[in-house]
Design a protein around this ligand. Structure first.
Ligand SMILES: *Cc1c(COP(=O)(O)O)cnc(C)c1O
Length: 475
C-alpha cells in the first residue's frame, strides 16, 4: 500500500473548516444547540491541528498523520457537543443499591427540602434580615437552635461541608499548635481529604501516637505537652480494622483531655440525629450519644447518614462554637441560601418526628427486605416482557453497603433483579454500558457474569425508565 497517497505536502490543509463542519453537524443533529456545536467543532479541529503539529515536529510516519486526518470529524463533534450541552449534573437512576453513593451525589433531598431550596433560590428572603427589628439578621436564623434542640448540644454551627468543618475546628481550636491523632485514624476519605494534609493546610502540627493497629490511653497522655492544642478523633469512615487492635474511645479521650486541660474534637464523618440503632444500625453514628461523652466539638456531613444537603455540621460547647463563628474562615466556608433552606427543611422533618418517612436516604435504608422483594418481582416481570431470550432474569437476595464513607463493614440486606447473558446475547459489561447510555442513564452493579439492579435505591416510579433502558440496551 502506498502510504504517501492522499497526504498533501502540508497535512494541516486537510483539516476541515470550522464553518463548514459546524453547518454539517447542525444539519445532521438539529437538536443540538448551535453554541455547543461551534465550541465542539472548534475544539476537535484545534486538537487535531495540535496532534498534527506534534507529529510533524517529530517527523512521524505518514500512516500516523493519515490516522489524524482520517478522523470522522462530524461524529467526534457530535459526541463532544452532546456532552457539552448536557445539564451538569444530569439526573441518573441509581440501581446500585448504594444509598449514599458518593459519585451519584450522596443523599437525595426530601420533597420538602428540595421545594425549600427552590423557593429560596427563586425569591428574595430574610436571609440576613431581622423582620422584627428591621436590621441586619443572623444568616442561619433558627436553624442552629433547631439543631441544638434535636441533638442536646449547647451550640451548633454549619459550614459548607464536613471537610470545611474539620478545617474550621482545627484552625479555631489549635492554630499554630500541636494536634494529637492516633496512627490508626490518619485516614484518607475519597482521594482529596487526607487527615495529615488537612492538618497542614489548617496550620496545625500533627503529632502521631500509637501504631496502625493499636493505640492506648497512655500514648495520648505521654504526647501531651505545652504545645498541645487539641486531641482529635477521626472516624474510620471507609474501612474497618479487625484482629489485634485497640483504640481509645471518645469517652476515654475526653477524660484524658480534661485531666490535661486540652480540648477534644471528633470528626465523626457520618452522623445522624435519628437513632437508627433500634433498626440494627451501629450506635456510634447517633450524634447525641457521642455528645453525651463530653467532647468539645463533634462534626459530620449533612449529606451522608443525616440525609440532607451537602454541609458540615458542628455541635458542641457554646464556648468553642462562639469561637468558630468569630473565625474569619467561617465567612469563606459559609453556606449558601439554598443549602440553608434545604437543611432547615430536613431538620424540620426530624423535629416533627417524620424523618424516617420523609427523608429519602433514611426511608431507603430502613425499607424492609420483604417490600424490596415485592418490587423486585414487579421489575423482573416488566423486564421479562422486553427481554426476549437473550438474557435470563432472576430475583435474588443480596447485601449492599450504605456507601458514602459511612458505617464501614456494615451491610444492608437487599433484593436485586439479576440479569445474566444467554448464549448469543450481550455480556454483562455490554448490558451495563447500554443501560448507562439510556436517555435517563441507569447505573447498575456488575458482578461476575451478572448485571444487578438493586431495588433498595429504585422506587416504583423508576421501574418504567429502567425497563425502557434495558429494552434499548438489548437492541
Ligand atoms: C466524609 C468525611 C469527611 C469529609 O466530609 P465532606 O462532607 O465530604 O466534606 C471528613 N471526615 C470524615 C471522617 C468523613 O467520613
Amino acid at each position: 500500500m502506498d502510504l504517501n497517497r492522499g497526504v498533501k505536502p502540508d497535512p494541516r490543509r486537510s483539516l476541515p473548516s470550522v464553518d463548514r463542519l459546524t453547518r454539517e453537524v447542525l444539519a445532521l443533529r438539529p437538536d443540538l444547540p448551535e453554541w455547543a456545536v461551534v465550541a465542539a467543532v472548534r475544539a476537535e479541529v484545534d486538537e487535531s491541528r495540535g496532534a498534527l503539529e506534534l507529529l510533524l515536529s517529530r517527523g512521524a510516519k505518514n500512516s500516523e498523520i493519515e490516522d489524524v486526518i482520517g478522523t470522522d470529524w462530524s461524529v467526534q463533534a457530535i459526541v463532544r457537543a452532546r456532552k457539552l450541552s448536557e445539564a451538569t449534573p444530569a439526573p441518573v437512576i441509581n440501581a446500585t443499591g448504594v444509598v449514599l453513593h458518593t459519585n451519584l451525589g450522596r443523599a437525595p433531598l426530601s420533597a420538602e427540602a428540595a421545594r425549600a431550596a427552590a423557593e429560596a433560590a427563586a425569591n428574595y428572603s430574610n436571609l440576613e434580615f431581622d423582620l422584627e427589628t428591621g436590621h441586619r439578621g443572623n444568616r442561619l436564623g433558627a436553624l442552629t437552635t433547631k439543631l441544638e434542640l434535636l441533638s442536646g448540644a449547647e451550640a451548633a454551627m454549619v459550614v459548607n461541608n464536613n471537610a470545611a468543618a474539620v478545617m474550621l475546628a482545627l484552625d479555631t481550636v489549635a492554630a499554630g499548635k500541636e494536634v494529637i491523632v492516633s496512627r490508626g485514624e490518619l485516614v484518607e476519605i475519597g482521594g482529596s481529604f487526607r487527615v495529615p494534609a488537612i492538618m497542614e493546610k489548617a496550620g496545625v502540627r500533627l503529632v502521631e501516637v500509637g501504631t496502625t493497629n493499636r493505640t492506648h490511653p497512655d500514648d495520648y497522655a505521654a504526647a501531651i505537652g505545652p504545645e498541645t492544642g487539641l486531641l482529635l478523633k477521626v472516624h474510620r469512615s471507609n474501612f474497618a480494622q479487625s484482629g489485634f487492635v485497640a483504640e481509645v474511645d471518645l469517652g476515654q479521650l475526653v477524660e484524658i483531655g480534661r485531666r490535661h486541660g486540652v480540648p477534644v474534637v471528633e470528626d465523626l464523618g457520618a452522623g445522624t440525629l435519628v437513632d437508627l440503632s433500634r433498626h440494627g444500625f451501629p450506635a456510634d453514628a447517633f450524634v447525641p450519644s457521642r455528645l453525651r461523652l463530653g467532647p468539645d466539638l463533634v462534626c459530620f456531613s449533612g449529606d451522608k447518614l443525616f440525609g440532607g444537603p451537602q454541609a458540615g455540621i458542628l455541635l458542641g460547647s457554646r464556648r468553642w462554637v462562639d469561637e468558630l463563628r468569630k473565625n474569619p474562615l467561617a465567612r469563606a466556608l459559609r453556606l449558601d441560601k439554598m443549602t440553608i433552606a434545604a437543611l432547615d427543611a430536613t431538620v424540620d422533618a426530624m423535629l416533627r418526628g417524620r424523618a424516617e418517612q420523609e427523608i429519602p436516604a433514611l426511608r431507603q435504608m430502613l425499607e424492609a427486605p420483604e417490600s424490596l422483594a415485592i418490587r423486585a418481582r414487579a421489575l423482573a416481570e416488566r423486564l421479562e416482557r422486553v427481554a426476549g431470550d437473550r438474557i435470563a432474569l432472576t430475583v435474588e437476595e443480596d447485601r449492599v453497603p450504605v456507601g458514602g464513607g459511612s458505617l464501614p463493614g456494615f451491610e444492608l440486606p437487599t433484593f436485586v433483579v439479576s440479569i445474566r447473558a444467554q448464549p448469543g446475547g450481550p455480556g454483562p459489561q455490554r448490558i451495563a454500558d447500554g443501560l448507562r447510555a439510556a436517555p435517563r442513564p441507569v447505573l447498575a452493579r456488575v458482578r461476575d457474569d451478572a448485571v444487578l439492579l438493586d431495588l433498595r435505591t429504585l422506587s416504583e416510579a423508576d421501574l418504567d425508565a429502567v425497563t425502557e433502558a434495558l429494552e434499548a440496551a438489548l437492541r
